[in-house]
Design a protein around this ligand. Structure first.
Ligand code: SF4
Length: 181
C-alpha cells in the first residue's frame, strides 16, 4: 500500500503523455540506463541559459492534505516570468500544463509579479530558437485541478495502466525497454 503520493509538474506532464509513464516514474521504476534522449534533455537543460538564475523549488500542502511539489527550471523574478526548457515541440501541450502547474504553485504561495499581477510562463526551445508564452487563466486553472485529481487517483492504484499503443515518444521514454523490450 502506497502512502499519499506527491504530485509534481513532471508527473503531470508524464500523465498527459502516457498515464503508465507517470505511474512507473512515481514508483521509482526507472530503467538503470537513461535513454539517450533523457541524457540529452538533461544536458540541454544544464547548458542552456547558464547565466540566468537557476532552479526554484516550491512545495505546497493543500487543505485536504495533497502535497504538491515543483522544480522550476529558471525564473526572471523581476520580469515575473517562469521558464521551462524543452528539447522539441512534439509534446508541447504536456509542457504547457507542466508550466501552468508551476504558475499555480506560485499563486498558491501568494507570490505575485513585481507589478502585482500573476507570473506568466515561457516555454524555451533553445535547439529550435523558439519560445511559447503560457498563461494560467481561470478555465485553465479549473482544468489543471481536474488533471491533478485524475493523476492523484491513478497514483493510488496498485498496478500500472496498460502500455499505450506505441507512439513516437515511446522511443525517447526511459521505460521503452520495460514496455516493449
Ligand atoms: S514506453 Fe510508451 S507506453 Fe511505455 S511508459 Fe513510455 S510512453 Fe508509456
Amino acid at each position: 500500500m502506497i502512502g499519499k503520493p506527491t504530485l509534481t509538474g513532471m508527473l503531470l506532464g508524464y500523465y498527459l503523455l502516457c498515464p503508465r509513464k507517470a505511474w512507473l516514474s512515481q514508483r521509482g521504476l526507472w530503467m538503470e540506463q537513461e535513454s539517450q534522449a533523457v541524457q540529452l534533455g538533461r544536458l540541454l537543460d544544464e547548458r542552456s541559459y547558464q547565466r540566468a538564475s537557476k532552479q526554484l523549488d516550491l512545495e505546497v500542502e493543500l487543505p485536504e492534505g495533497t502535497h504538491l511539489r515543483g522544480r522550476i527550471d529558471w525564473a526572471e523574478l523581476q520580469q515575473g516570468v517562469l521558464h521551462e526548457t524543452k528539447k522539441g515541440r512534439a509534446c508541447e501541450e504536456a509542457h504547457k500544463w507542466q508550466l501552468r502547474f508551476y504558475l499555480w504553485l506560485l499563486k498558491l504561495c501568494g507570490v505575485q509579479a513585481p507589478g502585482g499581477g500573476p507570473f506568466t510562463g515561457l516555454l524555451n526551445y533553445p535547439r529550435l530558437r523558439q519560445t511559447v508564452a503560457v498563461e494560467l487563466r481561470p478555465t485553465e486553472e479549473q482544468q489543471l485541478q481536474q488533471y491533478l485529481h485524475q493523476l492523484h487517483q491513478l497514483l493510488l492504484v496498485s498496478r500500472p495502466p496498460a502500455r499505450c499503443t506505441r507512439r513516437s515518444f515511446c522511443k525517447k521514454c526511459a521505460f521503452e525497454e520495460l514496455c516493449y523490450g
